[in-house]
Design a protein. Sequence first.
Length: 164
Amino acid sequence: MGAGGEFSVEAARQAAERDELDGWVHQFLCSPGSDNAALGEQLMDPPRHWLGPLELPIDQLHRLAGPPGAPVMEEIDEDEWRDDVEDLAEKIDADEFDPPPVIVSHRQGQLVLEDGNHRVEGLRRAAIDLVWAIIAFDDPADRDAFVAPDPARGGALGLGDTVA
């Protein structure tokens, strides 16, 4: 898959290294294609504490909409998705598209998908189990606990790690 672009995983990683992930998220949500400026404003006030990009298992995301049996607010049958989701899945499967990270909030111990439901569904249909994500935390202590060393994982997480 391609690796370039202003809103790529690599661009998000570079923004995180500069401690500018909040600005990257805001710009991404306001950009054409995302067109989610209202969410961008909502996630900036009050300021959040950001982490990422990290690879997360898709089945751990609490999504607005998704397949039956998944942690979703509204179950949607396969044939009810817009045609562009199937096109996205085909591009991902053919290594023609490297989707930007999704935006997730950590709420009461759950990972809630804020932006990227169609990308996640495209990945799922392309038989990909992990998604790159940027995670918002209300409290820096929650963020720090999320990446704290866990003996089962063999240490602390770093940028680009997978959360299982």
